[in-house]
Design a protein around this ligand. Structure first.
Ligand SMILES: NC(=O)c1ccc[n+]([C@@H]2O[C@H](COP(=O)([O-])OP(=O)(O)OC[C@H]3O[C@@H](n4cnc5c(N)ncnc54)[C@H](OP(=O)(O)O)[C@@H]3O)[C@@H](O)[C@H]2O)c1
Length: 298
């Protein structure tokens, strides 16, 4: 099968398409024929080597953490899906014709499986953040709301009955409003702009883009424990929390089920790429201004 790999850390151009054997699913995993696979900023950080601590890449590596597709094989302990079922979720090396998923849910009827290929990481993160924030009513503020995680968050938060104020560049305000958020421009003056649209106050805030806004979010919320970042690891210095997949206490399948059960849940695809356009997809992700998701279609 064809798969995207890299043999050295570096710029997006280290990505290439190679012919390799299809992976084998472990006992609690499934193998899917990939319909679509999401591109996430974490993929670009791994590929660049910035997370390798100076070590060289030991062996050729695949890329990609989420996908949707048709189940081809199931592990010996998998009982909830069977070959032929259409699933989305998270796994490994998903920019390929076939990939292993470790967590999944069925693609809801009528949903484009290419689009659902971009749901895994964004939905898992959004569900985890809402659970960890534990704000049951009132208003939440999302910094960097028009990207993948933000787009999922707006919809899950609105469905939970929360009011959402989301920051984005001004050209993405109509997109945020369509999702159900009150849009606000990020940058200098953020606190005043949020107070103007949310005079009732902000009950919790999530920093998605890591643009150095923790002090502003704490000022708006009042309680630093109700501020969580997924991108700014200095947040604890101000009493705020950091959330990562590695330390998660939530089950990704609960998040997948929540999104799948939400009528009309959608992640707009900014652009679709072929496997041999993976470098271009990584370059776009690195730009940090994706609207919704970037998806690779093998
Ligand atoms: N810790 C975790 O568990 C975890 C999980 C998933 C993702 N992440 C990280 O979280 C970040 C966001 O992920 P994503 O997939 O949502 O990224 P994305 O799709 O690239 O979206 C980035 C968002 O940031 C906004 N943005 C850009 N510059 C900004 C600024 N100066 N201030 C405020 N917002 C700004 C963009 O809005 P405009 O386009 O309107 O400028 C866009 O909405 C990435 O760094 C990713 O690696 C962490």
């Amino acid at each position: 099968m064809r798969a995207v790999q890299f043999t050295t850390y570096g710029a997006p151009d280290v990505l290439g398409v190679v012919e390799i054997d299809a992976p084998r699913p472990g006992p609690r995993e499934v193998l899917v024929r990939v319909a679509g696979a999401g591109v996430n900023q974490i993929d670009t950080k791994i590929r660049s080597g910035s997370m390798a601590g100076g070590a060289a890449l030991a062996a050729p590596s695949g890329t990609g953490f989420d996908a949707a597709g048709t189940v081809l094989r199931v592990g010996t302990s998998v009982g909830d899906v069977a070959p032929g079922d259409l699933v989305f979720g998270t796994g490994r090396d998903t920019l390929a014709e076939q990939a292993v998923l470790t967590q999944w849910a069925r693609v809801p009827a009528g949903v484009d499986p290419v689009m659902a290929g971009g749901w895994g990481v964004a939905v898992e993160t959004a569900h985890r953040l809402l659970t960890e924030l534990a704000v049951d009513e009132g208003t939440v503020l999302l910094s960097g709301a028009s990207g993948g995680v933000g787009s999922a968050l707006v919809q899950l938060a609105r469905a939970r009955g929360l009011r959402v104020v989301g920051t984005a560049s001004v050209e993405n305000h109509p997109y945020l409003a369509r999702l159900g958020a009150t849009p606000v421009t990020y940058g200098v003056g953020l606190v005043d702009r949020v107070r103007a649209v949310a005079p009732e106050g902000v009950d919790g805030a999530l920093d998605l883009s890591g643009a150095g806004v923790i002090a502003d979010l704490v000022a708006l919320v009042g309680d630093p424990r109700k501020v969580i970042s997924i991108s700014d690891f200095t947040a604890p210095a101000l009493g705020a929390r950091v959330s990562t997949g590695a330390g998660r206490t939530t089950d990704p399948r609960d998040g997948f089920a929540e999104a799948a059960a939400l009528p009309g849940f959608t992640l707009q695809i900014e652009r679709r790429y072929a496997l041999d356009e993976a470098a271009a997809a990584h370059r776009a992700a690195e730009g940090g201004h994706t609207i919704g998701k970037l998806v690779v279609v093998p």
